[in-house]
Design a protein around this ligand. Structure first.
Ligand SMILES: *[C@@H]1O[C@H](CO)[C@@H](O)[C@H](O)[C@H]1NC(C)=O
Ligand SMILES: *[C@@H]1O[C@H](CO)[C@@H](O)[C@H](O)[C@H]1NC(C)=O
Ligand SMILES: *[C@@H]1O[C@H](CO)[C@@H](O)[C@H](O)[C@H]1NC(C)=O
Ligand SMILES: *[C@@H]1O[C@H](CO)[C@@H](O)[C@H](O)[C@H]1NC(C)=O
Ligand SMILES: *[C@@H]1O[C@H](CO)[C@@H](O)[C@H](O)[C@H]1NC(C)=O
Ligand SMILES: *[C@@H]1O[C@H](CO)[C@@H](O)[C@H](O)[C@H]1NC(C)=O
Ligand SMILES: *[C@@H]1O[C@H](CO)[C@@H](O)[C@H](O)[C@H]1NC(C)=O
Ligand SMILES: *[C@@H]1O[C@H](CO)[C@@H](O)[C@H](O)[C@H]1NC(C)=O
Ligand SMILES: *[C@@H]1O[C@H](CO)[C@@H](O)[C@H](O)[C@H]1NC(C)=O
Ligand SMILES: *[C@@H]1O[C@H](CO)[C@@H](O)[C@H](O)[C@H]1NC(C)=O
Ligand SMILES: *[C@@H]1O[C@H](CO)[C@@H](O)[C@H](O)[C@H]1NC(C)=O
Ligand SMILES: *[C@@H]1O[C@H](CO)[C@@H](O)[C@H](O)[C@H]1NC(C)=O
Length: 687
């Protein structure tokens, strides 16, 4: 039934576009109800977005609204199947936004060959509209298109090079996350295109050499994902826009000099290719670069060369060189004052962590896992006051865990596992909030890429009025952390949620500090494979958020505090291979789910769950990481250090020996007799 009241309310929304505001209220319309709109024959703008309208878009929808220029149905719950046929005679139509959200309808892609509608669209957003097969053929006759977004569909067939050719006014084209194939043909001259995102398709070919000259105003060129684009990228990719994303292609060459000579480069992403050689072959001026992603390539050389050859890196926010084959020692990066995220995991850095390694009070993430760094953690680390994530797993770090780490009161994830730390767990760890204070959502912050402002374009209009945020680069971070016996990746909002401390596989001794029980926000705590003794602190019953608690392979004694039964989120609890005595806690609450594997290897422990079972062979988690084993070579050891320690030990032994002889007359006498005997036996042996 048509309710006049409903239509009146809708009517108030049909304001000129400048005044169009979203009414957050929710309307539930019965299937035929949209037809009530057919009365508003002079309507120009219809924006129903962000409601929960439902209904069947296949019905003669908006059939009589011949004056309508803009139509926006996105973020509703329409269903059915929509065909542009119903707009065939609507010559005024300019902008159609059906792009979806929670809509469940599909948009037809098949139209009779040669069908030419009367409208000439400027903007078309059909993202997430279940488009299949080829692009709708009538688009061939749309010559005024300025913004097209057909992302997140199932479009197959060859890449629509014609779309770019036939629409010289096109400013933004978004075709990401489809299954388009074929060659990306050389782009013709196009001074309007400013954003081209064809990531996540299966294109191949070669990126033309003169691409930058053909699309001189490009600001966002995203060719990431699965293109077998090869080699010749480049000699002229300079100016390929401030945002250049070549993630996961098949580029296997050295990074062309010109690529990095680009002016105004803000984001450069070359991750997951096969780039090799030195990162910077000569000196570069990268003033303004904010994000540099070079991970998962085959770059070699040292990090200090990288730093010394590039000027302008001082303003970098995000640097990711993980999983390459850089070597040498870690240089000082203290000139990078704005650095927020540093990912160096899985290279072959060795020696000490320099005292003046970093000085960015903005640093949030520090990931130097899987190297051969040794020595201790420098106390200067306490200057990184905003640090949230500290990952040092899989090195050869030793010495005591410094109390200075406790100054890092923003830490939510700390991974010191697989090192050789000694001594006790610092008591002050109990004062690190581990996720308690979540003042700002730092991992979901947006950075305005500088788009807009200077040149008011249709594309910036899209951003402003259509909420299309692709020009705003989303600063994402993602790290791995082991919890509940799984190694998971945490990114974006999940990172804000996750907190944990991992001390697996060190040589920590002493008792577990009572204070660790104060970490009431921590989700994962792993103290396994150390030499901790004493008993499990009762205070652990305050770990009210804990999901994973692993204390296995230590020398813990005593009983399991019955209070732990109150930990409602505990999913993984492991005390195997200790000297725990007493009984298995009541099988109440979460403890119902724990079985003998969680308790085995404690000879004085008993309970219904426990059948003695000790013959299982356990794979030790303390072996060095994969990359370490496969990449490490014997000749990579540091010879200066090796000889220094060898000589020192040698001298120490000699001195010790001499001291013994000097102090003890009996041994001195025996030694001289021994030497004498030797001299005689040698004499008889040779003569
Ligand atoms: C369109 O308007 C005509 C008259 O103006 C009316 O007869 C017809 O039923 C309307 N169509 C729809 C689908 O409402
Ligand atoms: C929508 O309406 C068409 C006919 O107008 C009908 O064939 C189709 O089944 C309907 N779809 C849904 C989901 O109601
Ligand atoms: C469009 O107009 C033509 C002629 O004016 C008419 O034959 C055709 O049926 C109309 N199509 C639609 C979908 O209204
Ligand atoms: C890709 O598109 C599909 C719909 O076709 C959607 O379900 C999926 O979430 C999209 N993937 C990404 C990474 O956006
Ligand atoms: C995409 O379309 C192809 C056929 O064109 C179909 O086989 C495939 O299942 C579709 N994929 C999705 C995710 O709908
Ligand atoms: C461009 O539009 C014309 C129609 O005017 C069409 O014939 C042609 O196939 C389209 N594509 C190209 C690449 O010109
Ligand atoms: C390029 O596209 C991919 C996938 O669609 C996206 O994850 C990435 O953030 C984009 N890059 C830039 C610089 O916007
Ligand atoms: C990338 O391409 C390879 C082979 O060409 C295919 O196996 C893989 O599934 C593709 N990945 C994506 C994300 O499309
Ligand atoms: C990548 O390029 C090499 C040649 O450079 C080729 O042999 C290989 O098949 C390509 N890989 C893909 C996934 O296209
Ligand atoms: C680097 O380029 C910027 C402008 O892009 C310029 O202001 C600066 O002086 C240059 N620095 C060097 C060291 O050449
Ligand atoms: C712990 O110390 C012992 C000797 O004290 C050594 O054999 C073992 O390798 C060390 N373990 C680790 C993980 O450093
Ligand atoms: C249209 O829909 C988008 C979401 O797709 C929304 O952000 C925008 O505000 C709507 N309004 C207009 C006038 O485009």
């Amino acid at each position: 039934m048509i309710s006049n009241k409903t239509c009146l309310i809708l009517f108030f929304r049909f304001l000129p576009i400048e005044q169009a505001s979203r009414v957050g209220s929710s309307f539930q319309l019965l299937p035929r109800d949209l037809s009530c709109l057919n009365d508003f024959t002079s309507l120009k703008l219809l924006d129903l977005s962000y409601n929960i309208f439902s209904g069947n878009v296949s019905s003669p929808l908006l059939f009589n609204l011949t004056s309508l220029e803009h139509i926006n149905l996105s973020y509703n719950q329409f269903e059915g199947s929509f065909s542009f046929n119903s707009f065939a005679n609507h010559s005024k139509r300019q902008v159609v936004i059906l792009g979806s959200g929670s809509n469940k309808f599909e948009v037809k892609t098949k139209y009779p060959v040669g069908w030419v509608p009367l409208f000439q669209l400027k903007g078309l957003v059909l993202s997430n509209c279940k488009l299949t097969g080829d692009l709708p053929s009538f688009l061939q006759y749309q010559f005024r298109l300025m913004g097209v977004n057909l992302a997140h569909n199932n479009l197959t067939g060859s890449f629509p090079n014609w779309l770019l050719e036939n629409n010289t006014r096109l400013e933004s084209l978004f075709l990401m996350n489809n299954s388009l194939m074929g060659q990306l043909l050389p782009l013709g001259p196009n001074t309007h295109i400013s954003s081209l995102d064809i990531s996540g398709n299966q294109l191949d070919g070669q990126l033309q050499e003169n691409v930058a000259h053909m699309i001189p105003n490009i600001r966002n060129l995203n060719l990431s994902n699965n293109m077998s684009l090869v080699d010749r990228v480049g000699e002229h990719v300079e100016n390929a826009g401030p945002q250049l994303d070549l993630f996961a292609n098949n580029f296997s060459r050295e990074v062309p000099k010109q690529l990095l000579a680009a002016k105004d480069l803000e984001i450069l992403k070359l991750s997951n290719n096969k780039f090799h050689g030195e990162i910077f072959s000569t000196d570069f001026n990268l003033t303004g670069l904010g994000y540099l992603y070079l991970d998962n390539n085959q770059f070699k050389g040292t990090l200090s060369t990288v730093i010394s050859r590039a000027s302008g890196l001082q303003v970098l926010d995000f640097l990711d060189i993980s999983q390459n084959t850089l070597s040498g020692s870690l240089p000082s990066l203290k000139s990078m004052k704005y650095l927020e995220h540093l990912h160096l995991q899985g290279n072959m850095f060795t020696r000490l962590i320099p005292r003046d390694f970093l000085n960015s009070s903005n640093l949030l993430t520090l990931d130097i896992r899987d190297h051969r760094l040794f020595g201790s953690i420098p106390n200067s680390i306490s200057a990184l006051l905003k640090l949230r994530i500290l990952l040092l797993r899989g090195n050869l770090l030793s010495g005591f865990i410094p109390n200075h780490l406790c100054y890092l009161i923003e830490i939510s994830l700390m991974d010191l596992s697989n090192n050789s730390f000694l001594g006790p767990i610092p008591r002050c760890f109990g004062h690190i909030p581990f996720g308690e204070m979540k003042k700002e959502d730092v991992f979901r912050r947006f950075r305005d890429s500088g788009y807009g402002g200077s040149r008011p374009t249709y594309a910036s209009y899209l951003v402003k009025y259509w909420g299309y945020s692709n020009f705003v680069y989303k600063q994402k971070d993602e790290v791995e952390f082991v919890t509940k016996n799984r190694r998971d990746s945490y990114g974006g909002g999940l990172l804000d949620f996750m907190s944990g401390l991992d001390l697996l596989c060190n040589n920590l001794t002493g008792e577990i500090p009572y204070e660790l029980g104060m970490l009431s926000w921590i989700h994962a705590l792993n103290l396994s494979h150390n030499q901790l003794k004493g008993s499990i602190p009762k205070s652990f019953s305050n770990l009210s958020q804990i999901e994973s608690l692993d204390l296995s392979y230590n020398k813990l004694g005593g009983e399991i505090p019955i209070e732990l039964v109150g930990l409602n989120f505990l999913e993984v609890f492991n005390v195997a291979y200790n000297n725990i005595s007493g009984r298995v806690p009541d099988t109440k609450a979460q403890f119902v789910t724990f079985d003998e594997n969680n308790y085995e290897g404690n000879p004085f422990f008993c309970g219904a769950q426990l059948k003695k079972k000790c013959n299982t062979s356990i794979k030790s988690p303390c072996t060095p990481s994969q990359s370490f084993e496969s990449e490490a070579k014997w000749y990579d050891i540091n010879f200066v250090v090796f000889f220094a320690s060898f000589t020192t030990s040698y001298i120490m032994i000699l001195l010790g020996f001499a001291t013994i002889l000097y102090i003890n007359p009996h041994w001195r006498q025996r030694w001289f007799n021994f030497i004498e005997e030797c001299i005689y036996s040698c004499y008889y042996f040779f003569f």
